[in-house]
Design a protein around this ligand. Structure first.
Ligand code: KIV
Length: 269
């Protein structure tokens, strides 16, 4: 299915989960790179608020605004012919119900997004429910939530203690019940991610969450080896073994599809 050029739908991704087929997701932030990612057969393109760090040069994702997300999503949407387009709701863009509805509308109507992603599961449950009722597809982001890095005091693996693990299991089920269409788990021990993936019927995308999630996502700049500073342990420089950007992105998509990525060195216990 990854070689077909028909647009990817949420139904197809759910069917892939049911069939045990892995799918790939990669970030892109402009039309040029989005075309490469789309043509390489990546199934979901994420316009991540990681653009705050890799494009805008900020230290965190916190300064990213809804206008920034709409702008970059518009650029990516122009090249997105096959991949499903997922767009991040940035920090505080869903602090109230009204903001969540208005900003999801902007990301879809102006930005061309087909599914929005938001972090957390507490007060966000009602927001996910309301968005779902109004026909907005939602991916809920659990585990490490970079938008609250200042509250967390750093980027750390989440769910290593039993209380944290249990809270994540409960959140995943509650988000599915609230109408989330996908889950994303970031920096989660592989056994916990495997358990959560098996416990919900919606597709689960992992980053630093081991090989047993239904899909993998990475940041484009990390796989191309151009991220400034320290590259996260869960990522892999596919450019180092490829002769071109196109070949590196295609190698990533194939490695996910064929279950060669992530390898044990990319996982947390
Ligand atoms: O913003 C982003 O790119 C993300 C991924 C790291 C999952 O949320």
């Amino acid at each position: 299915m990854s070689h077909e050029r028909k647009p990817v739908t949420l139904t197809q991704l759910r069917n892939m989960k049911a069939a045990g087929d892995k799918f790939s997701c990669l970030t892109a932030y402009d039309a040029g790179f989005a075309r490469v990612v789309d043509e390489a057969g990546v199934d979901v393109i994420l316009v991540g608020d990681s653009l705050g760090m890799v494009v805008q040069g900020h230290k965190t994702t916190v300064p990213v605004t809804v206008d920034d997300m709409v702008y970059h999503s518009k650029l990516v949407a122009r090249s997105c012919e096959r991949a499903l387009l997922m767009v991040d709701m940035p920090f505080m863009a869903y602090a109230t119900m009204e903001q969540a509805l208005v900003n999801a509308m902007r990301l879809m109507q102006e930005g061309g997004g087909q599914i929005v992603k938001l972090e957390g599961s507490g007060v966000q449950l009602d927001i996910v429910r309301e968005l779902a009722l109004r026909g907005v597809p939602v991916c809920a982001h659990l585990g490490l939530q970079p938008q609250v890095v200042h509250k967390l005091g750093g980027y750390r693996v989440q769910g290593r203690d039993e209380a944290g693990a249990q809270a994540m299991r409960n959140s995943a089920r509650a988000l599915e019940d609230a109408g989330a269409d996908m889950l994303l788990l970031e920096c989660v021990p592989r056994a916990l991610a495997a358990e959560i993936t098996a416990s919900v019927s919606i597709p689960v995308i992992g980053i630093g969450a081991g090989p047993d999630t239904d899909a993998q996502v990475l940041v484009l700049h990390d796989i191309l080896g151009i991220t400034p500073g320290k590259v996260p342990r869960f990522s892999h420089n596919f450019m180092a073994e490829a002769g071109s950007i196109q070949a590196a992105v295609a190698a990533y998509a194939a490695a996910v599809r064929e279950r060669r990525f992530p390898a044990p060195q990319h996982c947390f216990e």
